[in-house]
Design a protein around this ligand. Structure first.
Ligand code: AMP
Ligand code: MG
Length: 389
């Protein structure tokens, strides 16, 4: 058995070769940027009015100004502004070169082609060329996650395509002779296969491609056949169940017989101790225990960060700092425990949780609390960091 940190180190040091592709900006959200973005333009590209008002020359002491032209957004000014003159300009319009202030409309009256001020304008109300982004600035860095705001900034620089990392193709195999797909009736001794669905959802949410999923009996030949078939097309396989100590847990020996090197088969975490990770060249495989919370937690701790690495991104969970509302204890301390909790307004509340089969508890939880190895109790009032789910 290895420590959680050792398992994570192995995953972080496993060589991955993310490929890249060019996508339309419309398809760029939630992808990982595969290039530094250097702006080819200034933003704003011209001195731009921040207000509807009148562009004047700073220090012009006039109280009345002749209105020489009107400049809507999108129009090039035609006239020069001299002292005693102003150009009526709309928000987003070009402020003529000679002018450097805009008196907002609310502080003016316009009559017979003349503008008169009725109050003191404190602000310049001019956005200077390049004040947001200068031509040549590095605006975005390679390997960041593209969010809607990054899509916006890419568009504002005039880019309609962007280089991103390709999504890895994941194949999902649920092993278990007791499993029945949702939608069918079950007999006694059978259960519904929930992991195929929860893991698929996690794969999709992580940004990877779900190539296919298959349910397979606890039969070594059948399991081997599906794994071999999936390996043709998938970059990474996720296998649920069949990794523990039972008589019908065949997955690790099958992977070895297929030439996979297993880098770990047991990790000091709860739930999820018999989590497996193997590689064969640039094919990767994870085996997670079948209990639904184990599979879920295993995905969050190991698979999501690895899929992100396969997409060129160093995943860091956005931990939330909060205070324990009540104490939480446990008897054994050899493993790091991950417990579903509710985090609200800075406090952590315990939930009814019966262990790794209790998937319903995850639906009430919005975070996982880690009790580190060696720690028996986290006391009420102590500050912790939880991982949102
Ligand atoms: P295993 O890891 O195969 O020993 O399975 C551990 C427990 O998880 C058993 O109670 C299984 O019935 C259950 N289980 C296994 N696979 C699934 C699955 N795909 N969906 C829901 N429960 C499962
Ligand atoms: Mg099983």
């Amino acid at each position: 058995m290895i420590l959680l940190e050792e398992a994570q180190k192995i995953l972080n040091e496993t060589s991955v070769k993310p490929k890249t592709e060019l996508v339309n900006l419309d398809e760029a959200v939630a992808r990982i940027l595969a290039q530094d973005i250097i702006s080819k333009i200034n933003i704003p590209p011209f001195n731009k009015s921040a207000m509807d008002g009148y562009a004047v020359i700073s220090g012009d002491p006039s109280e009345r100004y002749k209105v020489i032209e009107t400049i809507p957004a999108g129009k090039i000014p035609q006239e020069k502004v001299h002292p005693g003159e102003c150009a009526k300009v709309m928000t987003g319009g070009i402020v003529p070169n000679e002018a450097d202030r805009v008196i907002k409309r609310e502080l003016t009256v316009e009559e017979d082609g003349q503008m008169r001020t009725t109050g003191k304008e404190k602000n310049k109300n001019v956005c200077i060329t390049g004040e947001d982004i200068k031509k040549g600035d590095k605006v975005l860095e390679k390997a960041i996650l593209i969010r809607p705001q990054e899509v916006g900034v890419l568009a504002s620089m005039g880019l309609d395509k962007v280089k991103v990392f390709k999504k890895p193709k994941a194949g999902l195999i649920s092993t278990g002779s007791e499993l029945v797909p949702p939608g069918q009736s079950i007999k006694q001794s059978q259960i519904y296969d929930s992991n195929s669905y929860s893991l698929s959802a996690q794969v999709l949410k992580s940004g990877a491609i779900l190539f296919d999923r298959r349910m397979v009996l606890d039969d070594p030949d059948k399991i081997k056949k599906v794994i071999t078939e999936f390996l043709y097309s998938c970059d990474v396989l996720l296998i649920s169940g069949g990794v523990s100590m039972g008589d019908f847990d065949y997955v690790p020996p099958i992977l070895k017989s297929l030439g996979f090197k297993l880098h770990f088969e047991k990790v000091a975490i709860k739930p999820g101790k018999p989590t497996v990770f193997g590689t064969r060249g640039h094919k990767y495989v994870f085996g997670v225990p079948g209990n639904p919370v184990s599979a879920f937690v295993g995905f969050e701790l190991f698979i999501r960060p690895f899929l992100c690495r396969m997409m060129g991104h160093a995943y860091e969970p956005f931990l939330i700092s909060a205070v324990m509302k009540e104490s939480i204890q446990r008897r054994k301390t050899q493993r790091a425990s991950y417990i579903p909790v509710e985090c609200r307004e800075g406090f952590i509340k315990k939930l009814s949780y019966h262990g790794s089969a209790h998937i319903h508890a995850l639906t009430r939880a919005n975070a996982l609390l880690c009790i580190p190895r060696g720690v028996r109790e986290i006391k009420a009032g102590s500050q912790v960091h939880v991982r949102p789910i």
